[in-house]
Design a protein. Structure first.
Length: 232
């Protein structure tokens, strides 16, 4: 099945287009040389080809499917691949990556195949470790297929609790077939370098979940003065 998937021209074009859109949403800085990009759920390596074509960036891909990784291993792009379940976290040193992309993968965090793989535990492990693995100011663009609004709420809530800011961009929001969801996440404050102009954040004109608003509301609730206290 993995070979059939990788040979389907329509699916290949769709996956490459989604990977290119993720890279566009990352707004990677130009003229800085190759950057380190993590591809979560890299599959057969289609995104790796797009990453290399976009600027010679170095890709590290992780996927849970041995069959998909075997196909990716024979493709000609610079990068490393490893077999790993994203629900167990992203096992890299803090600040390793300049950016993270994912195509059609993170919605699987909403599924639990055994009683030991709790959804909340898997999401916390993923987003906590993803935040740590990104350089401060790094970005993640994660394309996913939610089954319902509750899954969007669940994913974005755990991302926010891990420290991310950002939102969900929806391409073609009025189209049933063409509609695509992207989580655009920002890992802390970007470090300013003297004389270097920082790229703008992606346009979040179609934000469905606004992290900043929720963060402020959460902060306001947590810091509300208790009746009878000194603050009251």
């Amino acid at each position: 099945e993995a070979k059939r998937y990788s040979r389907n021209n329509h699916m290949v074009d769709v996956q490459r287009g989604l990977a290119a859109r993720c890279l566009e949403l990352l707004h990677l800085p130009e003229d800085t040389g190759p950057l380190m990009i993590l591809d979560v759920g890299c599959g057969s390596g289609l995104s790796g080809e797009v990453i290399e074509e976009a600027g010679g960036h170095f890709m590290i891909g992780m996927d849970i499917s041995p069959a998909m990784l075997e196909i990716a291993r024979h493709k000609e792009f610079e990068g490393d691949l490893f077999l790993w379940d994203m629900g167990h976290g992203v096992s890299f040193r803090p600040g390793t990556f300049d950016g993270v992309i994912s195509v059609s993968a993170v919605q699987w965090l909403c599924n639990s195949d055994t009683k030991h793989n709790k959804i909340s535990r898997r999401m916390k492990a993923f987003f906590d470790s993803l935040y740590a693995a990104l350089k401060r100011g790094g970005r993640a663009a994660l394309q996913f297929y939610p089954q319902n609004a509750q899954q969007i709420e669940l994913l974005t809530r755990f991302a926010m609790q891990s420290g991310f800011t950002g939102g969900v961009v929806v391409d073609y929001p009025n189209s049933t077939k063409a509609k695509k969801y992207y989580m655009c996440l920002f890992a802390g404050q970007q470090i300013h370098q003297q004389g270097v102009a920082l790229p703008p954040r992606p346009n979040l004109s179609h934000v469905q979940v606004e992290f900043e608003r929720r963060r402020k509301e959460r902060h306001s609730r947590n810091n509300r003065a208790v009746k009878g206290s000194r603050q009251w």
